[in-house]
Design a protein around this ligand. Structure first.
Ligand SMILES: NC(=O)c1ccc[n+]([C@@H]2O[C@H](COP(=O)([O-])OP(=O)(O)OC[C@H]3O[C@@H](n4cnc5c(N)ncnc54)[C@H](O)[C@@H]3O)[C@@H](O)[C@H]2O)c1
Ligand SMILES: [Zn+2]
Length: 365
């Protein structure tokens, strides 16, 4: 089992990454929690696969275990569902010394995390992410939230977990579409970090040849991603200094694509992949990214089987939505671009016509 030590603000915690390590969950949680209750929150796809292993391991480690299983999907990230979870914790007499365990993808992690952060001003939170996206991105970094009206993640806070426990073997049951969605965030980290992480991701991409396999996602690759994410978060826990803004690479365009297509046509990762392609092209035009490195970035995305073309929506509709998400700074959209692979710049000004041109280019036949 690999260990990544994370510090953010006042909290320090470990991320443990192994393969088929889920039976060891209870022992690992026991090291950070004195005992008492453990309430596992999962969804109806994940629970049949992994709930039994998680709960029996927690029980064997001395916890009084119970669980809540919610339907799957983004719509569960609502205040209504959060209120229902508060009710369950209340009825079970959960105290601040007890533990909430989020077992699932980013939806379960964000929802259960938000509930753990706010119930009695904070009960202990353990993240057990089971999607690639949640393992490499959502579970570490401490952002927890629910959606509100049209606003994704509009109500939330920063709340660090006490432990992130990752079993990469859980990826083997993940649908290919979801695996690819996570692969886009892996590619994003690789382009931002360069160096060894880029090389390891290129190995995955070459081996995948358009169709990534869960078995090829190594513990060390996931650990490298967690390490990169927490090292950025350490420098900027609450998205204030700007260091964390680099993590938005590809996301300015991705958010516009998701909004223009009603969050249905593309997974988040697929939209991010298109955003990364736009960012590579803009970086070449505006920041001196060499054509060779830009092509290397494109090959990385191609090998991971990530979309190359934006379809089913007009370029105008997407362009009009760029910068409309809450992350857009006042007075223009600051893009994250790359001077070189591994060398991001934040707050780059991209003239409106060039934004439109690059989206148009994404829709080329
Ligand atoms: N907090 C953060 O920093 C952060 C970062 C990125 C994304 N997010 C959030 O994460 C969410 C997306 O997360 P996601 O992509 O994991 O989606 P998800 O949680 O909806 O999971 C995707 C699907 O896979 C299923 N699933 C999960 N694990 C499985 C497994 N091992 N085997 C089979 N099926 C499995 C789920 O039931 C679901 O149907 C979004 O709400 C997004 O806002 C948060
Ligand atoms: Zn993302």
């Amino acid at each position: 089992v690999l260990k990544v030590h994370a510090t953010a603000g006042s909290r320090a915690y470990d991320a443990l990454i192994g393969r088929t390590c889920l039976p060891g969950l209870g022992t690992a949680v026991r090291r950070v929690a004195p005992g008492g209750q453990a309430v596992v929150c999962s969804d109806e796809n994940v629970a049949p696969l992994y709930l039994e292993a998680a709960t029996s391991s927690l029980a064997a480690a001395g916890f009084a275990v119970s669980w809540i299983v919610i339907p799957a999907g983004e719509r569960q990230k609502s205040l209504a569902r959060a209120e229902e979870l508060y009710g369950v914790l209340y009825d079970r007499g959960v105290k601040r010394t007890d533990t909430v365990v989020a077992l699932g993808g980013g939806v379960v992690g964000d929802l259960a995390g938000f509930v753990a952060a706010t119930f009695q001003r904070g009960v202990r939170l353990i993240q057990v992410p089971t999607t690639l996206l949640a393992q490499v991105d959502a579970s570490a970094g401490g952002k927890v939230a629910v959606d509100f009206r049209a606003g994704k993640n509009y109500v939330g806070t920063f709340y660090q977990p006490s432990l992130v426990f990752i079993d990469v073997a859980t990826l083997e049951t993940l649908p290919q579409r979801e695996l690819k969605s996570g692969a886009a965030e892996v590619a994003k980290h690789a382009l931002l970090a360069g160096g060894d992480l880029l090389a390891a991701t290129e190995r995955l991409s070459r081996a995948a040849a358009g169709s990534p396999q869960a078995a090829a996602v190594t513990q060390s690759l996931v650990a490298g991603n967690v390490w990169y994410k927490v090292s950025v978060v350490r420098a900027d826990e609450r998205e204030e200094s700007g260091a964390r803004a680099a993590l938005n690479l590809g996301h300015t365009v991705a958010h516009a694509i998701e909004a223009a297509t009603g969050f249905a046509r593309y997974t988040h990762g697929a939209a991010v992949a298109l955003g990364l392609r736009a960012a590579l092209r803009l970086s070449e035009r505006l920041c001196g990214l060499s054509p060779e490195e830009a092509a290397r970035g494109v090959r990385l995305l191609d090998g991971l089987g990530l979309p190359a073309r934006l379809t089913g929506v007009s370029a105008q509709d997407v362009s009009a939505l760029i910068g409309r998400d809450k992350k857009a700074a006042e007075g223009g959209v600051g893009f994250v671009l790359l001077e070189a692979l591994g060398r991001p710049i934040t707050g780059a000004a991209v003239p409106g016509p060039l934004q439109e041109e690059v989206v148009q280019w994404l829709t080329r036949p």
